[in-house]
Design a protein around this ligand. Structure first.
Ligand code: UD1
Length: 371
């Protein structure tokens, strides 16, 4: 009798998860031993934060969606845990794969580990060493308890080894975000979103901001808005606004001053293809996103990251990323205009084949009876 297929939960909840999930889902679908199941927690639920990504990434609708929605962190994690535990008890998977560092990641890995289900963390080992970031807490907890740790780069391996993780648990597979980009490259290049906005290649700056440390406070956010208006005097600024940021801008009465500024274009959050089309044609990107630090490094686009630290230091040491402050960013931009910025190189294993490496590892596990 042939062995039954391995039931693999791929967990996603928030926007960056969908980009990591897609290449792995597509590769697993090709395997006759694997039965991949997309589990969406519903942490993100707006069409432009979730549904549009499924469309762009050629994903089917999630097999399961808990629809937990927004809330305080304790409440959100708890709701996801209750829903995921129920699912696992009713229909136990052979493996639970969590990705990234969002609340859905930590909630599901906790449930699976406690039920004795094998777990894997895709994008393990990243550290900002800043526990005031909710994501850092999520990363640490996930990596301490998950069985398999798939890392994107050498620094991540080193972090895990320093924390006492057994070396055999760590497998460097590369950066899965690049797989998504390469899978969609043609559609991104043909998308022409930047020309529809009547922008020129290298003729605008793309801004994204959503970290609580930047947007959840009137003082910080007002200074950032002043800087954006200042940048607008030099170059058109395209600013797709995350729902968290839009709420704060309205609450602090800052949105109208941005909307009045003719060189600032305030947009709704963009789909994957539109946003990547804007990234690859931009003069530079100003952001606090984790994914954009990586995508700009891959594409050789200068990136200024408005944060005191990054869990992706390789984008600074090898790539085009620079950490920036509100008071220093205008000078950083002047440097970019003078060509005085890092041209960078693409880090090792950021090659579009990460999902294949993960599938090979899982096939070995399957063949040895591990999953
Ligand atoms: C989450 C992740 C963050 C990731 C980001 C990407 C955590 C702790 N944070 O942050 O790591 O970089 O996603 O976007 O998991 N909202 C909507 N519609 C949506 C989703 C959110 O309106 O579809 C609004 C709600 O007001 C919500 C707020 O945005 O309260 C924040 O959403 P939440 O999922 O809590 O965190 P993010 O800031 O999106």
């Amino acid at each position: 009798m042939s062995k039954r297929k391995s039931k693999i939960h791929l967990i996603a909840g928030a926007r960056p998860n969908f980009i990591k999930l897609a290449p792995l889902y597509h590769e697993l679908k090709k395997e006759d031993w694997a039965f991949p199941i997309i589990v969406h927690t519903g942490q993100h639920y707006d069409l432009n934060m979730s549904g549009n990504f499924f469309k762009d990434l050629d994903l089917i609708q999630p097999h399961i969606n808990f629809g937990v929605g927004s809330g305080l962190h304790g409440e959100q994690v708890a709701k996801i845990m209750i829903a995921y535990e129920k699912l696992c008890v009713e229909d136990r998977p052979d493996l639970c794969v969590v990705m990234g560092d969002v609340n859905s990641t930590v909630a599901c890995v906790l449930v699976a580990v406690k039920l004795g289900i094998k777990t894997a963390h895709l994008e393990a080992g990243l550290r900002s060493f800043d526990k005031t970031m909710p994501e850092e807490v999520n990363r640490i907890v996930t990596d301490v308890i998950a069985n398999m740790l798939w890392t994107p780069s050498r620094d991540a391996d080193e972090n895990l080894l320093r924390e006492g993780v057994a070396p055999e648990k760590i497998k460097r597979v590369g950066n899965i975000m690049i797989d998504s980009f390469e899978n969609c490259r043609e559609a991104i290049e043909n998308n022409r979103y930047f020309t529809n906005l009547k922008l020129n290649k290298n003729g605008y700056c793309l801004v994204t901001l959503h970290r609580p440390s930047n947007v959840d406070g009137i003082e910080n956010l007002s200074k950032i808005c002043e800087v954006l208006i200042e940048i607008g005097k030099k170059i058109p600024v395209i600013f797709p606004v995350h729902p968290r940021t839009r709420t704060r801008l309205k609450e602090y009465n800052l949105l109208s001053s941005l909307e009045k500024c003719s060189s600032l274009k305030i947009l709704e959050p963009l789909s994957y293809l539109d946003s990547m089309n804007l990234v690859m044609n931009a003069k530079f990107v100003l952001t606090d996103s984790g994914g954009l630090q990586e995508e700009t490094t891959y594409l050789g686009i200068p990136c200024l990251t408005l944060r005191p630290n990054t869990e992706r230091p390789i984008t600074v040491t090898e790539g085009t990323n620079k950490l920036a402050t509100v008071s220093g960013v205008i000078q950083d931009i002047a440097d970019i205009f003078k060509g005085r910025h890092s041209k960078g190189k693409v880090p090792d294993l950021w090659d579009g084949h990460t999902a294949n490496r993960v599938v090979s590892l899982l096939k070995e596990e399957y063949n040895s009876g591990g999953i």
